[in-house]
Design a protein around this ligand. Structure first.
Ligand SMILES: CC(C)(COP(=O)(O)OP(=O)(O)OC[C@H]1O[C@@H](n2cnc3c(N)ncnc32)[C@H](O)[C@@H]1OP(=O)(O)O)[C@@H](O)C(=O)NCCC(=O)NCCS
Length: 188
């Protein structure tokens, strides 16, 4: 299905081109209704993009790995001058987050209503707490928790938190597969 400009992705969200480049999304991703994905964006197997998310790869590239979830109302963008956004595998991005010109490595966690600014970096299993602001160029180290506006190092994540965060992203991959199934059955 198409509207006047875009194409519908699996799940009901919409894809749009920019400069002739369309998003590239694997077939088993769930792109929820209301989500809009624009331009030079790649999304890997089993990832989920929830209701009303905007992912805009126009003045730079956005790369998203496998089994990653970007929850409802979040915005992912880039900056001109080669500031791209790269998000790895098994990453959880909470509701209403803003990810701007940032690299997030595998297993990273961005709490709801948090924001990341240009050239910031969240290393493997790093966590930005809900409502926090990661300012430009700041780096959250492996398995560190940062918190506040501006965000500062709070502590290293213990084993229990790491397991919980991993469970969170796995749970999202599972429920996304259920949504995809249900929505595709309704369309048949
Ligand atoms: C960071 C987080 C894990 C809590 O960490 P914590 O160290 O266990 O925090 P605690 O509950 O022990 O609280 C410790 C202190 O930090 C404060 N605090 C807790 N979370 C905070 C946050 N996100 N931002 C600022 N301060 C916070 C508490 O108020 C408390 O302050 P106090 O000592 O003055 O009373 C939690 O706040 C969080 O962000 N969870 C992510 C939830 C989410 O976004 N899920 C995604 C959608 S599924």
């Amino acid at each position: 299905m198409t509207d006047e400009i875009g194409k519908q992705a699996n799940g009901g969200g919409m894809l749009y081109p920019f400069n002739g480049i369309w998003p590239s999304i694997t077939d088993d991703c769930f792109i929820a209704p209301g989500a809009r994905i624009i331009g030079d964006v790649h999304i890997g197997a089993g990832s989920s993009i929830w209701f009303n998310v905007v992912i805009r790869g126009d003045v730079g590239k956005i790369r998203i790995g496998a089994r990653t979830n970007i929850q409802d109302g979040s915005v992912v963008h880039v900056s001109s001058g080669g500031i791209h956004t790269t998000i790895g595998d098994d990453v959880l991005i909470g509701h209403m987050a803003l990810i701007h010109g940032t690299t997030i490595d595998n297993g990273g966690f961005v709490g709801f209503n948090a924001a990341t600014m240009d050239n910031s970096h969240i290393k493997k299993n790093g966590m930005l707490a809900a409502g926090s602001l990661l300012s430009p160029g700041k780096v959250i180290g492996e398995a560190e928790l940062w918190m506040g506006r501006p965000a500062k190092f709070k502590r290293n994540l213990d084993a229990e938190m790491l397991v919980n965060n991993a469970k969170g992203s796995r749970g999202y991959a599972e429920i996304a597969a259920e949504y995809l199934d249900e929505f595709q059955n309704i369309k048949k």
